[in-house]
Design a protein around this ligand. Structure first.
Ligand code: 7RM
Length: 629
């Protein structure tokens, strides 16, 4: 593969300039470094007002040939994937590019044998084991659209996602190990499938060996791959054919199935991976995310494999068997690049530093952060105890919708600044807007927006292009609007200040408050609810639920317990509110809109600075909330 790496600050600024002058020739040159069956005719066609974005039109490719086949001539025996199990006493696995290729082809034939074909949607609900990566790539091999659902989601969340995309196959496991817990994935899936008529078969990987009930449509993964050949030519895809759907929460109840396409996603994930982490031949790279999130898709699976890296996949959690696990794994596998979330750092920071210092972390060269703003304290702890002041920290800002990292420093190449994501990647045109949509110049604080498409922007919301337009292209016409606020220093560095909509980032997970409110409202005693985020020293943000109840509650503790488990059942345990407060009313505007801004202030304990309350209909409610909090 052609070397895509910027090696100096001059390389970076030249690229920024070239991309501004002629974005199409800039991206075209980068795309030439990949394996295409047919070169594209047109580099870019777009109209943000439609909206419509198409990259590398007429180009044909299969992303798995770039992830796998291409490396078989240059380094077939190199480790593609290191698997580190949940339990440290279970042996790690090192899977070569040759073996990964064979296993993906076998799994692809297994899918075909069970009726899957190009364009079908396949849902993947699996633990963090190698077969999850294999499942993702097997779908891509045959041109089926994968929809990975994080294995922490509940049965009803899984069912909603399966139904939204009309998935025809479900790939799952008997169970999954996470720390000292075992998640009964098959049991949850069985529950979900009671309401999923589109699923023809479920293929079940044996991971935990626990008892599972068995239905007519169920098949064992090991029996099915056994029958399959390991020769599977890659389906030739158009550049703009969908590669996958990944759901992310929005500010209304229904999750948004973001659609990513083959060509642009391939180009951008590889380009950004290589440059941000400055990966070098022979390095071991570890991203601690779950493949159920976009970070895992782009920076455990696709980006690293396309550039031929060794990527580590960890099944467990940072706290098991103790809070030194991350560092033990770094030492064991001599990890060079380590990429995690601020919430993990803040959790680890609370424990004795000896848990870090007793491990040999001398292999580490680059540290990364993703998912939410990294606060000053966490940044310095990461820098001091993990990086020993010798590893650049890349604070990478991006979204499910953007497919890849958009604002970041490049490790060791461009300057870092604690709590700042710093500069846009070359080729990414970031602006700050005021509330009226005017571009701000120089040092400023405002709404983050992007004025030109990049190859890995999501093309639509599955089945709802109108919503795609409304959410991302309507508030500020002519721009992509990510929903975050930011400030910019005199040197052009960006600091992300947080969401400007009703999405709260809890422990790095993007949670819409609306679906949580819907879940609370299901309870027989709840009339209305409002959920807001408030700052939390470990999770970044936690949730505060205000609920109005319809009669005298007999047992408030019982009700709040029930509310928490209702949320866990409907969405997942990560969405459980930390606090539930019973109120007699919610602050509303005259037009009946809940004034969440006020609730956010109250939840944060900022009682004195509620800002403009002139549109507030019921000030007495605010007084009551203050008194009772
Ligand atoms: C990659 C991912 C997206 C939202 C995004 C932000 C927040 C992500 C950072 C960040 C500050 C960062 N995708 N966010 N990275 N905020 N600094 N480096 O997290 O779709 O799940 O979430 O996460 O609010 O809009 S996501």
């Amino acid at each position: 593969m052609k070397d895509l790496t910027y090696r100096s600050i001059e390389d970076h600024s030249n690229a920024v300039k070239q991309a501004l002058e002629n974005p199409e020739s800039f991206w075209s040159k980068i795309a030439e470094g990949f394996h295409w069956h047919k070169k594209w005719d047109t580099t870019l066609e777009y109209d943000f007002n439609q909206p419509s974005v198409k990259w590398f039109l007429g180009g044909q490719l299969n992303i798995t040939e770039n992830c796998l086949d291409r490396h078989l001539t240059t380094h077939p025996d190199k480790t593609s994937l290191i698997f580190e199990p949940n339990d440290p006493s279970e042996a790690a696995q090192h899977i070569s590019y040759r073996t990964l290729h064979q296993r993906v082809c076998r799994a692809a034939n297994m899918l075909k044998a069970n009726g899957a074909k190009k364009g079908d949607r396949i849902c993947i609900y699996m633990p963090m084991v190698p077969e999850l990566t294999i499942a993702v790539l097997a779908c891509a091999r045959i041109g089926a659209i994968h929809s990975v659902v994080f294995a922490g989601f509940s049965a009803s969340a899984l069912a909603a996602r399966i139904n939204d995309a009309h998935c025809s196959l479900l790939l799952t496991a008997d169970g999954g190990f996470r720390g000292s817990k075992v998640t009964p994935l098959k049991e949850i899936a069985d529950d979900a499938l009671l309401n999923c008529p589109s699923i023809n078969n479920t293929i079940v990987l044996k991971r935990t060996g626990q008892h599972v009930s068995w239905n007519k449509k169920d098949l064992w993964w090991h029996e099915e791959v056994e029958k399959a050949s390991d020769v599977c030519p890659a389906e030739v895809m158009d550049s703009e054919d969908p590669l996958f759907i990944l759901y992310t929460s929005g500010s209304t109840g229904k999750p948004k199935g973001m659609v990513h396409t083959c060509g642009g996603y391939m180009v951008y994930t590889a380009y950004s991976f290589q440059n941000v982490f400055q990966y070098q031949k022979g390095d071991v790279y570890w991203c601690t995310a779950d493949i159920g999130w976009i970070t895992g898709h782009s920076y455990i699976v696709y980006g690293p494999l396309i550039v031929g890296a060794t990527t580590l996949m960890f099944e467990g959690v940072p706290s098991y068997p103790d809070y030194g696990r991350f560092w033990e794994v770094c030492a064991k596998h001599k990890v060079n690049q380590f990429y995690t979330a601020p919430t993990a750092i803040r959790a680890l920071q609370k424990h004795p530093t000896e848990l870090v210092t007793k491990h040999d972390l001398s292999s580490l060269r680059v540290l990364g952060s993703v998912g939410e703003p990294i606060n000053e304290e966490a940044w310095h702890w990461y820098d001091k105890y993990v990086g020993k002041h010798e590893c650049p920290i890349v604070d990478t800002w991006w979204q499910t919708e953007t497919g890849g990292i958009l604002i970041t420093s490049l490790a060791g190449i461009t300057p870092q600044k604690p709590t700042y994501a710093t500069l846009p990647m070359p080729g990414i045109q970031v602006v700050l807007l005021d509330a009226e949509g005017n571009e701000l110049a120089g040092e400023a604080e405002g709404i983050l927006a992007i004025s030109h498409p990049w190859p890995s922007i999501a093309r639509t919301i599955w089945g709802d292009h109108k919503r795609y337009k409304n959410v991302y292209f309507s508030a500020y016409p002519g721009y992509y609007f990510p929903g975050d606020g930011a400030l910019r220093d005199a040197k052009g560095n960006y600091r992300i200040t947080g969401r400007v909509d009703d999405v709260v980032i809890v422990s790095g997970h993007n949670l819409g408050t609306a679906p949580i409110e819907n879940a609370l409202n299901e309870h027989e005693l709840v009339v209305e609810s409002a959920v807001v985020g408030f700052p939390h020293d470990v999770k970044g943000n936690a949730l505060h639920a205000y609920v109005i109840v319809n009669s005298k509650i007999i047992d408030e503790t019982k009700m709040t317990d029930e509310l928490r488990s209702l949320v866990a059942q409907t969405i997942g345990p990560i969405a459980k509110p930390d606090r539930i407060q019973v109120v007699s009313g919610l602050p509303k505007t005259r037009s009946g809109k809940i004034m969440r801004r006020i609730l956010r202030k109250l939840a944060a304990g900022e009682h004195g600075s509620l800002g403009d309350v002139s549109t507030l209909l019921n000030p007495e409610v605010v007084e009551e909330i203050k008194k009772n909090s």
